[in-house]
Design a protein around this ligand. Structure first.
Ligand code: CKX
Length: 598
């Protein structure tokens, strides 16, 4: 058990949390000489950069924007002197990997850029004084990292990222950093599982602590009344006349976990808790035993200047736009987002398909083109696969550990658009699915997003998922523009081939969309104009509405986003329903109208 990884830092009677966000010192290390030159003690010739933020778009020069390799951050922080305390540093993420040093001493190393890094620094600090933290980070991609890609060396020796995926390789300290002080004996983790019994509910829980003092767990309603209580590290809370967490109508209780010694508080942890169940029944997705049709978006953490840096106003604006358009769901394509997104989704009653950063598992820097063309982009039969599998399993474990208590998270997506047509891919993903199922206390439905090459006759992995997620672009990558009527026929043809397989599972479209410039209008429509995006959507809806096993539509993408440069992208991917500045294209009104009554 990694201590506290899943517990978001909270201030209370027993815990102190101090934000270390702000300006940090920063330096690129293209020759990877920082360690031998002692940069963990002090960063000479550093510049200031903000945390949280991606570093790429802060600068005005190409080299810094596209920098690929090692880079360092450092700052000083004050540690209050406290008795019987463990002191930790918690990074929301270090992208894509990092080594943390405190007062010059190495504390921890972490692989993977989208999940928290927790360091127990108790033995490394001087209490009651200023201390020093340095992070050596690295943003290189390879075929054994998640996400997958490569590093390309230009003739002048400069190294740049060559992602096998369609989003900019933003990196840095992109999420908040906290100094956390908790008691020696403390709550390390907890999990809950809800079940319904008529009007009542039972919430069974399990608390992990590192001591033996008594644990009590209480549940409070919105008015602050205690509605259930239990003691022991494992138990059940019986909730009479339970208020359920419903889709777009969230009710959240407060759960309070305490460790006490003869009535004296040792540690406490409070969280929000939504009571809801999730189940797949044939072709239906059931929340609280009621069918739900998923309406919404594939998103990105992406915004001007801050890149993938966490930003509360952006979260607020995105939820306002999603609510305005009558959406009820989004996929955290293509990586776990900052935890605050899930907290807000819990509050707002949104469903989340939570995705691990398993993207780019196809040897192609143009996956958007190769994905639909039937080209065999072999991947799972190479010597790097064992390391990739190890990283993939680790990130599935950390994601589920972190997100397991969110009512909003109703499913985990364990891949996006990998090669799935070989027996090697089947063997690989069988291990991933088996492991994920074994660790999720709520036994949520597991899925993954399949691209066009994963056709009904060729795909070797569809049997692993609880519901099918298809990314399809009939009318964009396939038969676009004047050929759109062919596209729709081809789309029906594929759906009929899936139907013939009688899978008896729900199908959800997790991607469909067209690149659309907010400046372009044309009649009759042409590809890239707003009229074409609308026509494409209306045509896709006719297909979706023809099959009752289709149980959701998450359009690609919520907003325009930054990608690697190239002739396929006009300063980024423009499939947004909203612009990167979060203003509506005409398609937003089409979706709003459709989803009002869907
Ligand atoms: N799917 C045919 C993965 C996303 C891309 C999207 C696109 C592709 C399409 C694959 O990350 O952005 O090309 O727009």
């Amino acid at each position: 058990m990694r201590d506290q990884l899943s517990l978001y830092p909270k201030n209370n009677h027993s815990r102190t949390v101090v934000s270390l966000d702000g300006m940090w010192h920063f330096r690129f290390d293209p020759e990877s000489k920082g360690e031998t030159e002692g940069w963990m003690n002090h960063l000479d010739s550093s510049i200031s950069v903000p945390v949280p933020a991606s570093f790429a778009d802060l600068f005005t020069d190409q080299y810094s924007k596209n920098y690929c390799g090692d880079f360092w951050y450092e700052t000083d922080f004050f540690v209050p002197a406290k008795e019987q305390t463990r002191t930790q540093l918690r990074f929301g993420s270090i992208t894509h990997r990092g080594t943390v040093y405190v007062n010059g001493m190495k504390v921890t190393e972490h692989e993977g850029g989208f999940l928290p890094v927790l360091c127990d620094i108790t033995g490394y600090i001087r209490a009651g004084e200023f201390n020093h933290v340095a992070v050596k980070a690295n943003n290189e991609l390879s075929e054994s990292t998640l996400p997958c890609g490569a590093v390309k060396t230009l003739k002048n020796g400069t190294r740049i990222a060559a992602p096998y995926f369609d989003f900019f390789n933003y990196s840095g300290l992109q999420r908040s950093v906290y100094l956390v002080q908790i008691p020696e004996e403390h709550i390390q983790d907890y999990s809950t599982v809800s079940s319904l019994n008529g009007k009542d509910a039972e919430v069974s829980y399990e608390v992990v602590t590192n001591g033996n003092h008594e644990v009590t767990v209480s549940l409070f309603d919105k008015e602050g009344n205690r509605v259930a209580q239990s003691s022991g590290k494992k138990g059940t809370l019986h909730v009479k006349d339970a208020h359920l967490w419903e889709v777009r109508n969230a009710y959240l209780y407060d759960i309070k976990i305490e460790i006490k010694d003869n009535g004296t508080l040792i540690d406490e942890y409070c969280d929000r808790l939504g009571i809801r169940t999730v189940r797949i029944d044939g072709t239906k997705i059931l929340i609280n035993d009621k069918p739900v049709y998923l309406k919404g978006y594939g998103k990105h953490e992406d915004f001007d200047i801050i890149g993938r840096g966490f930003n509360w106003p952006l979260v607020k604006r995105d939820f306002e736009l999603m609510k305005w358009s009558n959406a009820n769901c989004f996929r955290t394509s293509h990586y776990p987002y900052a935890e605050e997104w899930y907290q807000f989704a819990d509050e707002e009653g949104f469903l989340i398909i939570d995705e691990v950063p398993a993207v780019g598992m196809m040897r192609s820097t143009h996956n958007f083109a190769d994905a639909g063309m039937g080209k065999y982009t072999y991947f799972f039969e190479t010597p790097t696969v064992p390391t990739l599998l190890k990283n993939h399993l680790q990130q599935v474990e950390e994601m589920i550990e972190r997100d397991k208590n969110h009512a909003s998270v109703f499913s985990y997506s364990l891949f996006n658009e990998p090669e799935t047509t070989s027996t090697y891919s089947h063997d690989y993903f069988s291990k991933i699915f088996e492991f994920a199922r074994s660790i999720d206390p709520q036994h949520r439905p597991m899925t993954g997003a399949f691209e066009k090459n994963s056709a009904p006759e060729k795909c070797q992995c569809y049997m692993l998922v609880d519901f099918m997620c298809l990314n399809r672009y009939y009318g964009w990558y396939i038969s676009g523009g004047p050929d759109i009527s062919d596209a729709i026929e081809k789309f029906h043809d594929e759906m009929q081939r899936w139907q013939a397989k009688n899978l008896n599972k729900p199908f959800v479209f997790t991607e469909f969309g067209t690149d659309t410039l907010a400046t372009e209008h044309k009649l009759p429509s042409v590809m890239w104009a707003q009229e074409y995006q609308n026509e494409y959507l209306e045509n896709n809806f006719k297909v979706f509405d023809s099959y009752d096993f289709i149980q959701g539509e998450l359009v690609w993408n919520f907003a325009d986003f930054q990608t690697t440069e190239g002739i396929f992208r006009v300063n980024g991917n423009k499939k947004g329903v909203f612009t990167r500045e979060r203003q509506p294209k005409d398609a937003a009104f089409v979706l709003k109208k459709r989803w009002e009554n869907k």
